[in-house]
Design a protein around this ligand. Structure first.
Ligand SMILES: CC(C)(COP(=O)(O)OP(=O)(O)OC[C@H]1O[C@@H](n2cnc3c(N)ncnc32)[C@H](O)[C@@H]1OP(=O)(O)O)[C@@H](O)C(=O)NCCC(=O)NCCS
Length: 192
């Protein structure tokens, strides 16, 4: 299995690797430590207690239709974040993406590092589009999705948007990228 050594903007090192069944205790502890707001944004529920079967689902993944990558702090071995995709049953080229980063590590590029690797893994598994349901005021997540590729809004609901991004084969032109980012920010302003 792959393992990647990543370096954040501030020079901090991270290890990124696929999740394993023996990560379940660390994942449960990590979710418990998330602030209520972060937890709500990730799971759409404030609850911090995951059932045993939910923990199994989140950690015992097949690495083809369901992949999850964890970011680990090398010195302590603690998990700092998780990004995952789950392939759609109806559309084999689409997967739902979700990511969460420990509150004290947010804003330092951890999710960006995770999603870059997750996008590579998704392409290897034949996935061409990511979808996500995001609270309309979740600016960091909207910016992250915007950075991944071409964004379209599929659905708007009370306070949330369903977005889909076409994953680029290997990046897109700078002009188009800037236009898309501007468009996504416009979308965000409309919603808020
Ligand atoms: C969304 C989340 C995963 C982002 O993780 P992160 O490690 O902080 O993200 P990064 O540091 O890689 O930053 C990603 C982008 O968001 C922006 N950003 C980060 N924190 C921000 C904040 N507080 N306000 C506004 N923008 C912010 C960054 O500038 C960056 O955009 P850029 O690349 O255009 O500069 C994190 O905020 C989180 O775990 N939130 C709770 C769970 C959640 O919302 N999950 C998404 C639903 S699945």
């Amino acid at each position: 299995m792959h393992e990647w050594q990543e370096r954040l903007r501030d020079g901090e090192r991270l290890l990124v690797r696929p999740i394993r069944p023996d990560d379940r205790d660390e994942l449960a502890a990590g979710i418990h430590r998330l602030s209520p707001e972060s937890r709500y944004r990730r799971f759409f529920t404030p609850t911090s207690e995951l059932s045993s079967s939910q923990l199994t689902y989140l950690t015992d993944v097949d690495h083809r239709d369901h992949e999850a990558l964890v970011a680990i702090e090398p010195d302590t071995g603690h998990g700092l974040g998780v990004a995952r995709f789950v392939r759609s049953v109806e559309d084999k080229e689409r997967a739902e993406v979700a990511v969460a980063v420990a509150d004290s590590w947010q804003g330092r590029g951890v999710a960006t590092a995770l999603l870059n690797r997750l996008t590579e893994r998704a392409r290897e598994e034949g996935i061409r589009r990511f979808s996500a349901e995001i609270l309309a005021d979740n600016r960091p997540m909207l910016e992250l999705i915007d950075d991944l590729g071409e964004v379209s809004v599929k659905h708007r609901d009370h306070g949330s948007v369903e977005v889909e991004v076409e994953l680029p084969d290997e990046g897109i032109g700078a002009a188009l990228r800037e236009t898309l980012r501007a468009a996504a920010r416009g979308l965000l302003r409309v919603r808020t």
